[in-house]
Design a protein around this ligand. Structure first.
Ligand code: NZQ
Ligand code: ZN
Length: 388
């Protein structure tokens, strides 16, 4: 196991009516009344009533609320810049994001951008690092990206989807009311469940030895997601099942499963190229296509990990030949993705025409991606060819 130092200051408020505590928690974070921005997406938050509930909670606590909607899935830098300009002179002291990864990431980018004198995209291009940010509070409406507790922020600009990670981006508080997930469309349920599953996989597939504790925790979390994902897809009003998915999803990406180990992240790097190339592609759907192809390509180089995955997560009976065990594990995983109604090929994703060669080169423009097996552009190309 590697040495580590871990701090997660995000307060997690979980359960029915969690969003009613936003006002009190914002007061606890800011220490007094102030002007706050409530940010949301394309309208679901207003339709479902959660936006009104959050704003009332803030107003009841004495805050002056300014709202702004319009964040799109796979959020854009143009909107971030526009919002920074809009709020910079207003004396806003905190941002309350009501939505999923796209809204929360936009809030994080604005929060860091306001504290940075140059153009916010510098932070994503590595020309500067995010050192300071306004407090962000995240009211989750879709369990998926894990941004409500993560240090990460992913924004798209002219076909490039770029992510940054900084401690100052971790939200001050996350509010998760699993009863709010019942309005999600099937595609977002499936994609969200696959995304949280992948956040654990990206940490589970590691070369670091002696990680039995977090391996066991990860395997249990993955099995839980596998069990309850299909249940919420079938019965979106199943509160108790959503509780399992909501909790697994938020821990999947808060760093816990990565403690003391090198993480991989090749599948995310490749997927971000696909949804950067075509912004209408949902992140979790892209992952459902990339991960099986990555597994087929990389598993011969790290068979032990894949045997563990097959046996301890997918429940495969160990075969005499490791390769057979691994193949069965991957086949069962694909079966589960299909049960979650996810595409598992580029054609089914609607990306049959994607320029694989250019995507692979762009993916590796800063060097190889992934750690279990560092991948050069030729490897990424082979993986995507295998996903056709
Ligand atoms: O825009 P509205 O109308 O709100 O509709 C949204 C959106 O269309 C809808 N939705 C959300 N909650 C709903 C709902 N519809 C009905 N009822 C509800 N309760 O769902 C759609 C997708 O929303 P989005 O925020 O895009 O989903 P998600 O949470 O999957 O976020 C995806 C984004 O997060 C990034 C992805 O790359 C992508 O840009 N990621 C961020 C990470 C991070 N910051 O740590 C890590 C992830 O790996 C990921 O890359
Ligand atoms: Zn993800």
């Amino acid at each position: 196991m590697l040495n580590f130092s871990y701090s997660n200051p995000t307060r997690l408020v979980f359960g029915r009516d969690a969003e009613l505590q936003v006002g009190a928690q914002t007061l606890a974070v800011l220490g007094g009344k102030a002007k706050v921005l409530v940010l949301f997406g394309g309208g679901s938050a207003r339709r479902t009533g959660i936006l009104d509930a959050v704003e009332k909670s803030l107003e009841d606590a004495g805050f002056c609320v300014i709202e702004k909607g319009g964040v799109q899935p796979n959020p854009r830098m143009g909107f971030v810049r526009e919002t920074i300009d809009w709020v910079r002179d207003q004396g806003i002291r905190a941002i309350v994001a009501v939505g999923g990864g796209s809204v929360i990431d936009t809030a994080k980018a604005v929060a860091a951008g306001i504290e940075y004198e140059g153009d916010c995209w510098d932070l994503f291009e590595g020309r500067a690092s995010a050192e300071k940010a306004l407090p962000v509070l995240a009211v989750l409406t879709i369990p998926a990206a894990g941004s409500e507790q993560s240090i990460r922020c992913v924004i798209t600009h002219h076909g490039t989807k770029a992510g940054i990670g900084a401690e100052c981006l971790r939200p001050a508080a996350a509010f998760i009311n699993p009863d709010r997930f019942k309005t999600l469309p099937a595609l977002q349920i499936g994609a969200g469940v696959v995304d949280m599953f992948s956040h654990i996989l990206e940490r589970y597939f590691s070369n670091t030895a002696h990680t039995e504790y977090t391996d066991g925790q990860a395997e249990a979390a993955l099995r839980t997601i596998m069990e309850f994902g299909p249940k919420v897809l079938e019965k979106p009003d199943d509160y108790d099942s959503w509780c399992q998915i909501g909790l697994a999803g938020t821990f999947a990406h808060n760093g816990y499963f990565g403690l003391g180990r090198e993480e991989d992240w090749a599948c995310h790097a490749i997927e971000h190229e696909i949804s950067g190339w075509n912004e209408s592609i949902t992140h979790g759907c892209g992952l459902a296509v990339v991960i099986p192809a990555w597994m087929r390509y990389v598993s011969p180089m790290a068979p032990e990990r894949f045997v563990s995955f097959a046996v301890k997560v997918m429940g495969v009976e160990p075969q005499a030949d490791d390769r057979a065990t691994i193949e069965l594990g991957i086949a069962k995983f694909i079966g589960w993705l299909q049960l979650m109604r996810m595409p598992t090929t580029l054609a089914a994703l609607g990306a049959a025409e994607c320029p694989i060669d250019a995507i692979a080169r762009h993916c590796c423009r800063k060097g190889p991606v992934g750690h279990l097996k560092p991948l050069a552009a030729e490897d990424v190309e082979a993986i995507l060819e295998g996903a056709r």
